[in-house]
Design a protein. Structure first.
Length: 294
């Protein structure tokens, strides 16, 4: 039995269903893999643990492959992709267009995430022929519960770092009228996805086992798509979360967003790395970029 420790990006949720199903149904163990899911304290903990070799796989948004690049970091492939962006209350859209001060709730307010959130809004403004000033957009760090935060605090005009399969579905469920500014409405490269990552050193030690992990996880994605009701039950059992109609709807929206085949792809995030360079967030040499996928 080979232990495979997988560190998540945030808290356990339906985005991680293929692994949950593989564990609950004992499929990984049938192939001598003891898969252990680790929930981090902080969003970027997995990168440090990967670098130290204390975990085997990390899943996080692809944007962080570049932001937290180090020599030896490897992509195993994208397994999930949704729509993502900034949610604005529908009745505050005119306020945004008037370039008045607006307040945005977000689970992470820092120089980089604020810059990206503003850029999404600015590009939306450009294609809709209005101006937006950075000083008029205030990002306030709160938590993940975007809809609750906006409903409880009328001063919030919108939310940033939204995933459609969560906040979009919850807004529909709550009849919370909004404009979801994603890459369909604003010309930016979508990065609301999850990528499996490992390192050169770990792959040298456990390459065959990690390849097997990916193969089984691909099979579990197929199983999720074909057995939605059973998968819902497995999620509630594993997460210990109370069953709800809203979570059922989130799971139903999430499952079709899993990739049919997890495969490292050096072209998929090329536009994203150019976007980050344009914003002066991070710049990788061509050799560094290519090393992630080799």
């Amino acid at each position: 039995m080979t232990k495979i420790d997988v560190a998540l990006e945030w808290f356990l949720n339906p985005d991680h269903l293929p692994m949950i199903v593989g564990i609950k149904k004992g499929v990984y163990k049938q192939f001598a893999l003891d898969v252990n899911i680790i929930v981090p304290t902080e969003h970027y903990d997995g990168f440090e643990e990967l670098k130290k070799g204390t975990i085997d796989i990390h899943c996080n948004e692809p944007i962080h492959l570049f932001e937290h690049y180090y020599e030896g970091l490897k992509s195993l492939g994208c397994f999930f992709e949704t729509r993502g962006g900034v949610m604005i209350r529908k009745d505050r859209l005119e306020k945004l267009k008037a370039n008045e001060k607006i307040k945005i709730t977000t689970p992470a307010a820092n120089e980089i995430t604020n810059k990206i959130g503003f850029e999404i809004l600015k590009r939306y403004a450009n294609v809709n022929n209005f101006e937006l000033d950075f000083e008029n957009v205030e990002f306030v760090q709160t938590d993940f519960w975007h809809i609750t935060n906006m409903k409880n605090d009328e001063s919030f005009d919108g939310a940033w770092l939204c995933f459609y399969n969560f906040e979009g579905i919850e807004a529909e469920y709550e009849n919370f009228e909004n404009i979801f500014i994603d890459d369909y409405l604003s010309p930016f490269p979508n990065f609301s996805a999850l990528e499996f990552m490992s390192s050169k050193e770990i792959l040298e030690k456990k390459g065959d086992e990690i390849k097997l992990f990916i193969k089984i996880t691909n099979d579990m994605i197929k199983y999720c798509k074909e057995n939605i009701d059973e998968v819902k039950a497995l999620y509630y059992e594993y997460s210990k979360e109370e069953k709800s109609l809203l979570m059922d709807k989130i799971i139903e929206d999430t499952i079709p967003r899993f990739k049919d085949k997890i495969k490292s792809n050096n072209k998929k995030w090329l536009e994203l790395t150019n976007f980050l360079e344009e914003l002066e967030i991070v710049r990788l040499e061509e050799s560094q970029y290519n090393s992630i996928w080799s």
